[in-house]
Design a protein around this ligand. Structure first.
Ligand code: FES
Length: 72
C-alpha cells in the first residue's frame, strides 16, 4: 500500500500510469486521488512514477523505440 489515505497500492499506480499516460504527481492525484490528502506518500509516488516512466522508455518493442526517438 503506497497511499494509505485513499488505499492506493503500487500496482494500481503503475497500471494508471500506463493506462492513462500519466507523467506527473498532479495527474496521478487527479486520476487516483493518491497523494492529495496528507502528502506522506508523495516521495513514494514520485519514485514509482520515475521508475515506471523509465521502464516504459526502455521497453524494446518497435513502437516504443520509435516513440523514444521522438521524445529524446
Ligand atoms: S498517504 Fe497518500 S495522501 Fe496520505
Amino acid at each position: 500500500m503506497i497511499c494509505s489515505c485513499f488505499g492506493v497500492g503500487r500496482n494500481t499506480i503503475c497500471a494508471a500510469i500506463h493506462e492513462f499516460g500519466l507523467s506527473s504527481l498532479q495527474q496521478i492525484g487527479r486520476q487516483l486521488r493518491a497523494g492529495t490528502n496528507c502528502g506522506s506518500c508523495l516521495p513514494e509516488l514520485r519514485a514509482i512514477l520515475s521508475a515506471t516512466l523509465r521502464d516504459q522508455q526502455s521497453v524494446g518493442d518497435g513502437e516504443s523505440s520509435h516513440r523514444r526517438g521522438i521524445v529524446q
